[in-house]
Every structure is written in structure tokens, then in C-alpha cells.
Ligand binder design. Structure first.
Ligand SMILES: O=C1O[C@H](COP(=O)(O)O)[C@@H](O)[C@H](O)[C@H]1O
Length: 234
């Protein structure tokens, strides 16, 4: 298991390379298995990749797009990852894709967990592509350092796909500490993981995470312990 790094001089080349890689993988999945599943992250880093992907010629009607994590806010909220994916990815050609979000009508993430698990049961045991981001605190998806629920979400013995996380409030989380996340086992089962990182501050966090086995302090370290392609640009 290893992380393979692809470094670029500037962001546009990174965006094109990641969009090329993902569209190839989705296309191969459609040819080989008749459909493709794509696990997507929120955050600021992937926006340009999603906008590029939305224009790619793929049979998007055979693609299921599903979130890796969500803040427990309604899809109308400015901080909603679902809203972000609908705005950036599910446009143009990619509007034909099916979407699985995490926020339910339930008043809390705990109360919504079972419905969320039911939604994600529609996905195959191994999703085809999983695009992850990383926060400057070493979180990925909503696996936040020392978050409540983290040990359960990271436990390799469980077969749950979704988990509730209560992150510790920080500059990174803002007010949105109540989260739903895919579990480490389900993220790790994907046929291909891609970690997208931009900027020198995050590169330093990534290097430290790669050298660490303290998964509770830097959850992204657990992903770096699997086969993952890491794409970086300044
Ligand atoms: O909270 C989140 O942050 C991470 C990283 O986002 P970025 O803005 O630093 O790129 C993201 O991967 C995750 O999906 C999101 O909910």
C-alpha cells in the first residue's frame, strides 16, 4: 500500500490531469461493469475539477455521484456540500448523473444515520472512484482529529458505510461541527482513491501526515496508508 504523488507547477495543469484521470476511470467502469460510482468531497479545492468534469463526454446517465461527507445543514444552506456538488459538478453533461446526498429531514445526524445508510446501500461494495480533500488540520471527508465518533468511523472491523462525527470546533470547522461521513473502511474499499491538495501549507501537513501513524490526530494518515494517488499543485 502506498501513496503515489503527482506534483504540478500550477493549478490548471493539476485540474486537467485530475479530470482526465477521473473521466478515464469512470468510463472504464461503465465499459467493464455497466455503471460507475463516484464518491465526491466538498471544500474549496475540487471546484475547478468538477467544473471541468461536467463538460466531459461520458455516459453520465450510468454514473452515480455520492458525497463522502456533509455538514448537517439543509441543501439550501451555503455550507452544504450537496449544494456545492449540484452547482459545480451536476451541470451540463453531468446533470444526467444520479446523486446520493447525506442530509435527511432528520433533526440530527444521529437521527438521520439509518436513512443515510439505506441510501448508501444502493452503491456497490467497492465504489469506482473516491476523490478526497484534506483540511489543514489533517482531516479528510469528515474524519476530524479526535472527533466524537471518529474511532467508530475508523474501525476496520465494522461494515457501516456512514458514520456521525462531532468535530471539535476550530477555524477549519467553523460552526459546522455536526457531520455525516463515509467510514474509513468504505473509503478504503474504493477501487481508486485520489487525494487532491493545493498550496504549500497543505503540502507540509500532507508530508507530516504521511510520516505519522497517529490516525486519531491526523485521520488523513489512515488514507495515506492505503493505495492512493496524491495530486498537488502550489
Ligand atoms: O470540510 C471539508 O473540508 C475538506 C477539505 O476542504 P478544502 O476546502 O480544504 O479543500 C473536504 O474534503 C470535505 O469534503 C469538506 O466537507
Amino acid at each position: 500500500m502506498a501513496a503515489v504523488e503527482y506534483c504540478f507547477d500550477e493549478r490548471q495543469s493539476l485540474v486537467t490531469a485530475v479530470a482526465d484521470h477521473i473521466s478515464e476511470l469512470l468510463n472504464e467502469a461503465i465499459i467493464e461493469r455497466g455503471s460507475a460510482s463516484f464518491l465526491v468531497s466538498g471544500g474549496s479545492s475540487p471546484q475547478a475539477v468538477y467544473e471541468a468534469l461536467a463538460e466531459r463526454q461520458l455516459d453520465w446517465s450510468k454514473v452515480v455521484v455520492a458525497l463522502v461527507d456533509e455538514r448537517w445543514v439543509t441543501p439550501e444552506h451555503a455550507a452544504s456540500n450537496e449544494a456545492f456538488i449540484r452547482r459545480s459538478l451536476l451541470q451540463s453533461r453531468a446533470a444526467a448523473a444520479r446523486f446520493i446526498g447525506m442530509k435527511t429531514a432528520a433533526h440530527s445526524a444521529e437521527a438521520g444515520l439509518q436513512d443515510c445508510e439505506t441510501r448508501f446501500a444502493a452503491l456497490p461494495p467497492k465504489a469506482d472512484v473516491c476523490l478526497l480533500g484534506m483540511g489543514s488540520d489533517g482531516h479528510t471527508a469528515s474524519l476530524f482529529p479526535h472527533g466524537e465518533g471518529l474511532a467508530h468511523a475508523m474501525s476496520l472491523s465494522g461494515d457501516a458505510r456512514c458514520a456521525v462525527i462531532h468535530a471539535q470546533q476550530s477555524e477549519v470547522t467553523g460552526a459546522h461541527t455536526e457531520r455525516m461521513s463515509l467510514t474509513l473502511p468504505y473509503l478504503s474499499a474504493a477501487r481508486q482513491r485520489i487525494l487532491l491538495i493545493t498550496g504549500s501549507e497543505k503540502y507540509a501537513v500532507y508530508c507530516a501526515a504521511k510520516a505519522s501513524s497517529d490516525f486519531m490526530s491526523t485521520p488523513v494518515s489512515a488514507v495515506l496508508n492505503t493505495d492512493v494517488d496524491v495530486y498537488w499543485a502550489p
